[in-house]
Design a protein around this ligand. Structure first.
Ligand code: ADP
Ligand code: ASP
Ligand code: MG
Length: 463
């Protein structure tokens, strides 16, 4: 059995869905479970409907509901030719549109939108795309079964970022997905959405369909997890900043995790963890270019010559600088500092320390003022926003002292606010002003990847 996940752009219109059908068609002997996202842009539209409703902008919300409805009706027209299922789907779309209108109405009466109602509304994107795709497969003579992910993706009730309850998910997934797979059906289901133990709809976080697919791949011991997207694989940098970014042919679980964590949107940050658990290879592939092999992500024990594999970045970072104002011992100072981070559940993305001072990069500033108040009892504290973390990732960074010099000499015209080598030793991160971010990433990319041979590195890793 394999798990295949198709992201928003891979199901964005009928041409994309036809490509999906062709790709899935080639994998039928391997018994695929297919996870789909909402069509590109639909989740954003649905969340906008929730926002407009809360602001009392009912007409605008209704217009948007009509356009979501029309988009899916068009897909049905273009993809489903048999009359009965076509009418059935149109009926379903109409029911969903009514439900959305009711939700929108309820939100506008209350004048506020809760995370629980956000999830209820956002779930329609995947529910609409998946039912159309399952029928389109049937229409192409592929036996398919639609399973509602809320039957197996059981989560806590932390709406908009719900955490799956793994033992329950495992039990339910075995019951709801495996029988159909074993009977030769291509199972189609939704990424991103789930249900609380009380049966209320939840979502597991934006971009979470990758994570849904990886969780099920791991719990059901899939042979392989395929993430189909709109680029040729994991690239050496974000192609929107570096158009000449190159495809990485293979990388390790650790490298992919680190990259995703530091902002490479191509994979949801949690995707790789379930795959590591069962050592399941993950392929990232381009649904517009299926002939390409994409990027293979595995345990990757074989030592490679390649030092740096990719550059990621995180924007909207705030840098906190703390200097001990008491006669703390160094470890007491750090303990006091991190107790505050812990108390306010704020993640430190990069840290640099000396005996009496520490710099910490954060992106969640919800509790910044309260934290600063607490810090001021034992430290002088200052903060500056408008920063970005740039992160070079590669398994062998730790074995190559020369790389650090190369990185920073390439950036000598950029102001570096802080440097931090992650404890995993496979990333080297530094903080720059947001205004310098794009230039820094481009300079670094040219240095590291335009001619990796000049560093004695293997070209074979890249396209
Ligand atoms: P999907 O809808 O398929 O989940 P996403 O938009 O979430 O697709 O992720 C794919 C996008 O991630 C690409 O179009 C690309 O712009 C962006 N991206 C950012 N960093 C990288 C990277 N290092 N490698 C590949 N893509 C990246
Ligand atoms: N549709 C959801 C989103 O846009 C989940 C996903 O695409 O992975 O965030
Ligand atoms: Mg994504």
């Amino acid at each position: 059995m394999i798990v295949m996940k198709f992201g928003g752009t891979s199901v964005e219109n009928s041409d994309a869905i036809r490509r999906l059908i062709e790709i899935v068609g080639t994998e039928i002997p391997r018994k695929p479970i297919v996870f789909v996202s909402a069509c590109a842009g639909v989740t954003n539209q649905l969340l906008k409907i929730a926002g407009l409703s809360a602001e009392g902008k009912k007409d605008e919300a209704n217009d948007l509901i009509s356009s979501v409805r029309a988009k899916h009706e068009k897909l049905v027209e273009e993809l489903v030719s048999s009359e009965l299922p076509r009418n059935y789907l149109k009926g379903k779309i109409s029911v969903y549109a009514h439900e959305l209108k009711n939700l929108s109405q309820a939100i506008s009466v209350l004048g506020e939108v809760t995370n629980r109602s956000r999830d209820a509304i956002a779930s329609y994107g995947e529910r609409l795309s998946s039912m159309i795709i399952a029928q389109a497969l049937e229409d192409s003579a592929v036996k398919s079964a639609l399973v509602d992910a809320r039957e197996f993706m059981i989560t806590n009730d932390n709406y908009t970022k719900a955490a799956p309850v793994f033992p329950v998910v495992e039990e339910k997934a075995k019951k709801t997905l495996l029988p159909a797979v074993l009977n030769g059906y291509v199972v189609v289901t939704q990424g991103f959405i789930g249900s609380s133990e009380k049966g209320i709809t939840t979502t597991i976080g934006r971009g979470g369909s990758d994570y849904s697919a990886a969780i099920i791949g791991s719990l059901l011991n899939a042979e392989e997890i395929q993430i189909w997207t709109d680029v040729d694989g994991v690239l050496t940098a974000d192609p929107s900043i570096v158009p000449e970014a190159r495809r990485i042919k293979k990388m390790s679980f650790n490298e992919a995790s680190e990259l995703a964590y530091f902002g490479a949107r191509v994979l949801h940050p949690m995707t790789i963890l379930p795959a590591i658990e069962k050592n399941i290879p993950v392929y990232v592939r381009n649904s517009r270019n299926p002939a390409y092999h994409g990027t293979l992500i595995t345990k990757g024990e074989d030592a490679e010559e390649c030092v740096a594999k990719s550059i990621a970045y995180k924007e909207r970072i705030t840098l906190l600088n703390l200097v001990s104002s008491r006669m703390f011992l160094a470890h007491d100072f750090l303990e006091a500092v991190f107790a505050v981070f812990n108390k306010y559940k704020t993640i430190a993305h990069a840290v640099a320390t000396s005996e009496v001072s520490v710099s910490v990069a954060i992106d969640d500033t919800t509790s910044l003022e309260e934290m600063k108040k607490e810090f001021s009892e034992f430290a002088e504290v200052s903060d500056s926003s408008g920063k970005a973390i740039v992160c070079v990732v590669g398994d062998n960074i730790r074995h190559s002292p020369g790389i650090v010099g190369k990185i920073f000499s390439a950036l000598d015209e950029i102001r570096i606010n802080m440097i931090s080598q992650g404890a995993s030793e496979i990333n080297l991160g530094f903080v720059v002003d947001e205004a310098d971010l794009e230039r820094a990433v481009r300079l670094l990319h040219t240095e590291l990847f335009s001619n990796p041979r000049s560093h004695g590195l293997s070209e074979e890793i890249f396209d």
